[in-house]
Write a protein that binds this ligand. Structure first.
Ligand code: ZN
Length: 169
């Protein structure tokens, strides 16, 4: 089932999500819903807080649904290593219509539980490292806007506030 994607300003997007104790059927349903929601929105990543669930679950799929083997389901992800720096424009389904250049690690290794509850490691670089780091940030209540220089961030959040006041957010 598709779920509505919350936007910047929704409180759940701005707080730290809690660990998943066990992968219950409810978590599996959440993962299925998130996959459907992400693919319907043509996104390459989605974190549980974006659909209103404050739990440490996120999905990344650079193929946007075209190649099932590219779907990464990360439950309780923890960073093992981060190295280097990449700068590229990125956006977010919770911040529609806004893109900005965000500093991200060039390579990233994480350990996480899979959908079936088994532990696995992902070693990522380039776009995949960027996408995973973006989703990990969501689990800590951090949006890409929070990674920008203050003046740039202020300009963009002011634009969002204007849209919100006009009822267009
Ligand atoms: Zn996002």
């Amino acid at each position: 089932m598709r779920r509505p994607i919350l936007r910047y300003g929704a409180p759940v997007l701005h707080c730290r999500a809690r660990q998943v104790a066990t992968v219950t059927p409810a978590i599996e349903t959440l993962i299925d819903d998130m996959r459907e929601t992400m693919h319907a929105a043509a996104g390459v990543g989605l974190a549980a807080p974006q659909v209103g669930e404050s739990v440490r679950v996120c999905l990344v799929d650079l193929s946007a649904g075209r190649m099932p083997e590219q779907l990464h389901v990360l439950i309780n992800p923890e960073v093992l290593a981060r190295e280097g720096l990449q700068l590229r424009e990125e956006g977010c389904l919770s911040v529609p219509g806004i893109e900005a250049t965000v500093p991200r690690p060039a390579t990233l290794s994480v350990r996480a539980l899979d959908r079936d509850g088994s532990s696995r490691e992902v070693h990522a670089e380039g776009l995949l490292a960027r996408a995973i780091q973006h989703e990990l940030d969501h689990l800590d209540g951090i949006l890409f806007l929070d990674r920008l220089r203050p003046i740039y961030r202020w300009t963009l959040t002011r634009r969002i506030d204007r849209l919100r006041r006009a009822g267009k957010w």
